[in-house]
Write a protein that binds this ligand. Structure first.
Ligand code: ADP
Length: 815
């Protein structure tokens, strides 16, 4: 390391600029193809924030082992790291609040970075936008660096990173020195150990790029103990009269000099070394003839200084130096080497013994020039391809938008002509109502299929790529209704401009590994009482669970008599379920097992040792909210005040549950009254993580393939662009609120056919004032409709309120 340049050694090493190649960026896992490691590049312009590495933390046993790895191809001195989250232009909100760094010089021995006080965790990002830079004190010398987000199990993180520093030209890969000694100076303990060398790393304080103050007692000015700056030895403790140090290098080099930063506070018994004798080794043995150097003795200045030891152009891959004491103590804070690579010496042939025949030199130079020319051409081609690809991507994205605009514009007329009939319920083409057993028939649709139905789209969908020609979406249940959770898996293509949808296959081995957070319940202790309903996986049963109370953790134990069996809901995977449904079922278990909130349905235990797979959740005795509200409406005795109060509490509880999910950056994707359950004392809890399971992070919110989706609850950007975010959950919350206020009397946009819902979505996109909002329900206060519902349906996702704000708004009673 050229010491004078340490302060300047803060160059971006190529994540941002692209000098680091995609193949040199890898990761332990990824959520999907488009959140792969290669997207983890920090973006200073903060572009659309739509590229990041996101590990599949939810599927790992503890999320702590996930990492993004950068291979710098050669040793680098890394002084600074930068991290950034993923915001996707307001649609995403994932970032790493804390992370750790591991590094390696050879790719096999890894060392955890820690600061000078031994802390490993680095405070990272506080939002998804800003770049947060952290000085690495001490800096790292490494070729491989891993960023490891530190998160609790359920937190979703995405990272974009950059490393800053410069190439490590020293070639020094490790040193061994005698352990530093302890001085007691006027009753003060002064430690001269190599505090940043943990043994595993091989390098430490002597190569950390910082050098000690003149007065070695003054380290406390930056919060460290006296003597911290230096590694030091006591003459009496090293009876040979010298400290021997061995320095190992990456390969054979030609050494010109060594610089040693020494303390010279002779008034306290410390002096720079009297003599340095250095031995060299290129193969297995030390060469006999050492280089000896004696610095001029300075009896005047007590300032610490660099001493340059000339190494006489000796070639070696290791150097052993003996530094002789000239006083009681000898203190070093930095050692650096200047060398050239052997190859240059041979080629340039300064040494007559190595002189190469002139004609051969010419041939060699000619070859080199040719190789350089070929390399340059290759680099230019690669760069050109990258630029071209980027241009193509941008163009295709623009095309999609234009195409979308154009297609939707074509519809305007058709839509407007339908428009007048929209307000009249008699004009309805969708008479579907909410049905308990197969709710998906009416509430879930396949937007791409609907778009293709329109003549204007029929042609252009060919552009949407192979997804449209994928095989049929779903296996059908007995009545032929599409069952989105059972969808066949459609290959995920890298065509980020597709606006259609897929259900992503999640290949996981849930119970492999050490995750024991969800306990296996003995299924023989479950006694069937009655059938509660039927979901996408199979039936849901009410059961008595004997001994469940003892089985639960403290924080999960439910009220009830310990001696009598607890009533629980048992969701069972249908026996004929295919592998994908099975995987989805397990994935839903994993997601639910990590959510703990009073307004989220508790998963109590599982039976997964044998088939059929079961998840046991708390029993919500009043069923789902949609059904509950429907019944409430029919109950003539129900008084209005109670209804109002219940509605308000319901909204508050749902927003509270969603606030919790949003604190985890967890996008539910299917918030609706049908997916909320009502328990004792009318407690409402959010359930059904089916969509988050299936589509969660599905190909970076740009989803290929197809799926049936709850289009009447979905934001315009979810339908048209496949973007699912907290802000689209807020949109769905607005619709859920509307359902609650209307007591689920009608399906949202009941007067619109599915096609018209999609057309209306186009109007939101075009934003020409022609979009139709859900109407203000009869008894709904103006404030609830204007200040809350309409704000959830704002076109600009960034302008929608957060769940935190919604929750506060509802609870403060400001509505
Ligand atoms: P899926 O997510 O597979 O579609 P659900 O979880 O929605 O299945 O369950 C289907 C129905 O079973 C629900 O609508 C509800 O009526 C009933 N149900 C599910 N879980 C519970 C529960 N914990 N307590 C009471 N009823 C439940």
């Amino acid at each position: 390391m050229l010491l004078v340049f340490v302060e300047l050694c803060r160059y971006p090493l190529g994540m941002t600029g692209g000098q680091i190649q995609d193949e040199d960026i890898s990761a332990s896992s990824q959520w999907s193809e488009s959140t792969a490691a290669r997207f983890g590049r920090l973006d200073l312009d903060n572009g659309d924030g739509d590229g990041a590495w996101c590990p599949d933390i939810m599927s790992g046993p503890d999320g702590l082992k996930e990492y993004l790895q950068v291979d710098l191809r050669s040793l680098h001195f890394i002084t600074l790291v930068g991290t950034q989250g993923r915001h996707a232009d307001g649609m995403g909100n994932e970032f790493a609040q804390r992370y750790r760094i591991k590094y390696s010089r050879d790719g096999s021995n890894w060392v955890g970075w820690q600061d000078r006080k031994g802390r490993q965790v680095i405070e990272g990002n506080k939002n998804a936008y800003d770049v947060v830079l952290k000085d690495l004190e001490p800096p790292i010398i490494a070729r491989f660096v891993r960023f490891m987000p530190v998160t609790d199990h359920s937190m979703i993180v995405c990272m974009r990173v950059e490393l800053y520093g410069c190439e490590w030209l020293d070639g020094l890969i490790s040193y061994s020195i005698p352990d530093g000694h302890q001085m007691i100076y006027r009753g003060l303990d002064v430690y001269f150990n190599d505090s940043v060398n943990d043994g595993a790393s091989g390098l430490g304080q002597l190569t950390d790029g910082t050098w000690g103050l003149d007065d070695f007692l003054h380290s406390h000015i930056y919060g460290m103990w006296p003597g911290y700056d230096y590694v030091g030895w006591n003459n009496k403790s090293l009876p040979k009269g010298y400290a021997e140090m061995i320095f190992e290098f990456d390969h054979v080099r030609n050494f010109t000099s060594m610089k040693v930063h020494c303390n010279n506070m002779f008034s306290r018994g410390v002096r720079m070394f009297r003599q340095a004798t250095c031995y060299f080794r290129s193969g297995s043995d030390w060469e006999a003839d050492p280089v000896t150097f004696r610095p001029t003795v300075d009896r005047v200045s007590q300032g610490a200084r660099f001493i340059t030891v000339s190494l006489g152009d000796r070639t070696a891959s290791a150097i052993k130096c003996r530094f002789h004491f000239s006083d009681l103590w000898m203190l070093f804070s930095e050692v650096a080497f200047q060398s050239g690579k052997m190859v240059s010496t041979l080629l340039l042939g300064d040494d007559p013994t190595h002189k190469v025949d002139e004609s051969n030199t010419r041939i060699l130079i000619g070859c080199l020039v040719a190789i350089i020319a070929i390399l340059m051409t290759i680099i230019v081609i690669i760069l050109w391809r990258q630029v071209w690809q980027k241009m193509l991507e941008k163009a295709s994205r623009r095309l999609l938008d234009d195409e979308l605009t154009a297609r939707l514009a074509v519809q305007t007329q058709a839509f407007s002509s339908n428009h007048s009939s929209l307000s009249s319920e008699s004009g309805s083409t969708s008479n579907s109502t909410y049905e308990r057993i197969f709710p998906l028939c009416s509430d879930y649709q396949e937007p791409s299929r609907l778009i293709r139905k329109l003549p204007e789209f029929a042609q252009s969908t060919e552009h949407l790529g192979p997804s449209t020609s994928c095989r049929a979406l779903a296996t059908s249940v007995s009545d032929g209704a599409p069952h989105y959770a059972e969808a066949d898996i459609i290959s995920l293509q890298e065509s980020s401009d597709s606006s259609t949808y897929s259900i992503a296959a999640v290949n996981m081995n849930l119970f492999a590994g050490t995750d024991s957070s969800m306990r296996e319940f003995p299924r023989e202790k479950l006694t069937f009482k009655e059938k509660l309903g039927e979901g996408q996986f199979g039936e849901v049963h009410l059961c008595e669970a004997e001994g469940m109370q003892d089985f639960l953790d403290e924080d999960l134990s439910l009220e009830g008599n310990r001696d009598s069996p607890l009533l629980v809901a048992v969701k069972t995977l249908r026996e004929d379920a295919n592998k994908n449904a099975r995987n989805d079922f397990l994935k839903e278990i994993r997601i639910m097992s990590r959510l703990r909130d009073p307004n989220i349905v508790h998963l109590l235990a599982v039976c997964v040792d044998t088939d059929p797979l079961c998840m046991i959740t708390e029993y919500m005795e009043n069923g789902d909210l949609n059904q509950f509200l429907c019944n409430l409406k029919l109950n003539e005795a129900a008084d209005e005040d109670r209804k109002d109060q219940e509605e308000n509490e319901g909204e508050s509880m749902i927003s509270s549950g969603m606030k919790y999910l949003s604190s985890l950056n967890f996008v539910h994707r299917d918030l609706a009254t049908r997916n909320c359950l009502v328990g004792k004392n009318y407690t409402i809890k959010i359930a059904d993580f089916g969509m988050s399971r299936n589509l969660y992070r599905g190909d970076y919110y740009r989803i290929q393939g197809r799926a049936v989706l709850p289009i009447r609850w979905m934001s315009w950007e979810s339908i048209l662009l496949g973007k699912f975010t907290m802000a689209s959950d807020v949109w769905a919350f607005g619709v859920t609120l509307w359902e609650i206020v209307t007591l689920c009397k009608k399906q949202p946009y009941s007067q619109l056919s599915d096609e018209q819902v999609i057309e209306n979505t186009g109007e939101f996109f075009r934003d020409q004032g022609k979009q139709v909002y859900l109407p203000k329900p009869l008894c709904c206060p103006d404030s609830v409709y204007n200040d809350l519902m309409l704000s959830c349906w704002r076109r600009n996702a960034k302008q929608r309120p957060s769940f935190q704000e919604i929750h506060t708004q509802i609870n403060q009673g400001t509505l």
